[in-house]
Design a protein around this ligand. Structure first.
Ligand SMILES: *Cc1c(COP(=O)(O)O)cnc(C)c1O
Length: 658
């Protein structure tokens, strides 16, 4: 359930509409209703939509303006190029649009308010470290001098290879050793604007030591631990309990130390980071005021300053609800920028301090929209609508007789009561089986009867004006299972780890009513490898409306907004590796162009990540086959075929290939 889930925003109407949908599959339907049902306009940020002929589509750009491209057409092109699903699509155009949107929002807030400073962004590499994403941020951010944030030595090494803009910042956070510091200092000498942010008080000595050895004047930032803390799922990095950041005495300690060394002019930046996905604008407002006080105080202490770095936290509205719950945000980029600028301005003006350059480290809000994961449905399993059970041979044990009475007496007016009775008697039956009082055959018949009752109850639900709380889960329990060709652990780790909600919808048949409800299962053999919470009209729902999938039909689902944090957090659960990746643009003729197609991991690749050597595996398997030939279990020809199959397997995609 969604974190805000008091359940109060549940509307019986939605349930009713859905259940009605189940029984009246032939009712007229169109793409507009699909768009509403899946909430595309609410979470799509104008990037995604449903076409009139029933396809999910993305709006890309060519020189003549926006072009609508259907996911279905992209997939057909990928098939022709020999790619199979699952595949991750990246849309550079959307990343470019997000970078522009953030800069425009700050530019407008600055000009509207008469703020005296400018805005500069830096992209935190950890949010999506893939080479293509970092290269795209640098490319699309070039004119706006969008810089990079590095939280580790490896990220700094990547940043220094890509960020050569002398007007953009490179902000170094995280734990730093001498090598990290030396690299950052040397880049200053080469003309880059690299700022080393102190995260812990102990870092200052090492930094001063290295700067003296290399004879380079450092540009220093200081990260403060704010008292303001935030809600949401990612809040641990902000607030007093944060492991990063300096406390007020430590901040003053750094200032005094630098003053003694005559180096207060090296202290230029004040930084804080509240945590990612801060859903409530009030918390952002509180924090900016506290941080601006720190900033103004350091100016008064005599530090050079000039830059206030407000970290990340700018949220994405994953469910389109625009509320302050974990998967949403009660503000947009324009409000965010306006509130930040206003807060800094008010406090600095009151303190008589010049307005600083505002730097933000938005990651999620920049790259979240950029990627869409496409998965194909491999098979489906429906809860069968059980026939009324056959009469049982007598004597019938008491709990089963009671359950039969429930079935016989079920009416629309007593649904709630009889539902609870059915649950109760089923438990009695399970207990009786455990004690050996009923046979497996009796248990099987009773189970069939129980599901028969539940199916009938579910069919009656739409007739109720109000669906009792305890019966609302019924549609989820009885939902179909759609087995999809992907691994939740590899491709949507936050869905598994922190119940992050991602919008999901079919990419085709959207002018047909989706008459089934399904939970999605991946192909790892792990019961956590499933998705059972989805964006609903008014609240999270436990099952996704989908179409019945025909035999041999290629039914594809898209998972949206997966550009931030999902790609590298993924683990190799069951040794499913990276998916294929394709970067999609449209050319000036409106044709889809496929750039930077990347093959996903092969089986050999993922095995080598866990220290197997593919050649060694083959050699060992060959021994087994050779021995089998010697023992005349298989023929030499069979040996050859089996070894070929094994080798092909090593070279193949880790996912199901069609
Ligand atoms: C993770 C992180 C960010 C990015 O946060 P988003 O909410 O994704 O924008 C920015 N700065 C620091 C220091 C971080 O650790």
């Amino acid at each position: 359930m969604r974190a805000c889930g008091s359940g109060t925003c549940f509307h019986a109407g939605e349930n009713e509409a859905m259940s009605r949908g189940l029984t009246e599959a032939l009712e007229s339907w169109d793409s507009v209703r699909s768009s509403e049902l899946y909430g595309v306009e609410a979470w799509g940020n104008g990037f995604f939509h449903v076409t009139e002929d029933g396809y999910a589509a993305v709006r890309l750009q060519n020189s003549s303006g926006p072009v609508s491209v259907k996911f279905h057409d992209i997939v057909q092109g990928l098939y022709q190029r020999g790619f199979s699903l699952p595949i991750l699509l990246r849309f550079g155009d959307l990343l470019a649009a997000r970078i522009r949107a953030i800069h425009e929002a700050f530019a407008k807030a600055i000009s509207d308010s008469g703020y005296g400073g400018v805005y500069r962004g830096v992209y935190p590499i950890k949010v999506n470290q893939q080479q293509q994403t970092v290269a795209d941020v640098v490319k699309f951010g070039r004119e706006l001098h969008h810089g990079l944030e590095a939280g580790s030595k490896a990220e700094l090494i990547a940043a220094l290879a890509y960020m050569h803009d002398p007007e953009a910042y490179i902000v170094c956070n995280g734990y730093k050793d001498a090598e990290f510091i030396d690299l950052a200092l040397s880049s200053l000498k080469m003309g880059l604007q690299t700022i080393l942010v102190l995260e812990m008080p102990g870092e200052l000595d090492l930094l001063l030591d290295r700067a003296a050895k290399l004879n380079i004047r450092p540009r220093i930032g200081i990260r403060v631990k704010l008292a303001s803390s935030v809600g949401g799922k990612w809040s641990e990095s902000g607030g007093e309990s944060s492991v990063f950041g300096l406390t007020p005495p430590q901040v003053i300690g750094v200032a005094d130390r630098l003053r003694d060394l005559g180096m207060l002019d090296c202290l230029e930046l004040l930084h804080y980071h509240l945590g990612s996905q801060v859903p409530n604008i009030r918390e952002i407002r509180e924090a900016i005021r506290e941080a601006a006080q720190y900033y103004a105080s350091l100016v008064k202490e005599g530090a050079k300053m000039g830059i206030l770095d407000i970290g990340g936290g700018l949220a994405i509205d994953y469910d389109g609800s625009r509320c302050n719950c974990a998967s949403s945000a009660n503000y947009d980029v324009a409000e965010y920028a306006a509130d930040v600028v206003e807060g800094v301005m008010e406090i600095c003006t009151a303190a008589g301090v010049a307005h600083p350059t505002i730097v933000s480290e938005s990651g999620r809000a920049l790259v979240g929209y950029n990627s869409v994961l496409l998965v194909n449905v491999l098979s489906t399993r429906s809860v069968e609508v059980p026939e009324a059970p056959k009469p049982l041979p007598k004597p019938i044990p008491e709990p089963i007789r009671n359950l039969m009475d429930v079935a016989a007496g079920l009416r629309t007016r007593n649904l709630g009561e009889f539902y609870n009775d059915a649950i109760f008697y089923r438990e009695e039956i399970q207990k009786a089986f455990k004690h050996g009082d009923i046979t497996l055959r009796q248990h099987a018949e009773a189970d069939r009867l129980f599901w028969h009752i539940l199916t009938r109850i579910r069919a009656e639900l739409p007739k109720l004006r109000f669906v009792p709380e305890d019966m609302r889960g019924l549609e989820d329990i009885m939902a179909d299972i759609y087995y999809c060709n992907f691994s939740v652990f590899q491709s949507l780790p936050d869905s598994w780890a922190i119940d992050q909600l991602f919008p999901i919808m079919p990419i085709q048949r959207l002018n047909e009513k989706p008459a089934r409800l399904a939970v999605l299962s991946d192909i790892t053999c792990d019961c956590d490898g499933k998705i059972d919470h989805f964006v609903g009209l008014h609240d999270t729902r436990g099952a996704l409306p989908v179409h019945a999938v025909g035999k041999d039909e290629d039914y594809v689902l898209a998972v949206f907004l997966v550009g931030a944090y999902q790609e590298t957090l993924g683990d190799l659960h069951n040794l499913f590796g990276d998916t294929n990746v394709a970067s999609i643009h449209v050319d000036d003729a409106g044709e889809i162009s496929y750039e930077q197609e990347l093959d996903g991991d092969s089986v050999g690749d993922v095995l080598s990540y866990v220290e197997y050597n593919p050649q060694g595996l083959l050699a060992r398997f060959r021994e087994l086959a050779e021995e089998a030939v010697r023992q005349k279990r298989i023929s030499p020809t069979e040996r050859r075929e089996i070894l070929d199959a094994y080798e092909n397997g090593l070279r193949g995609y880790t996912y199901f290939e069609t």
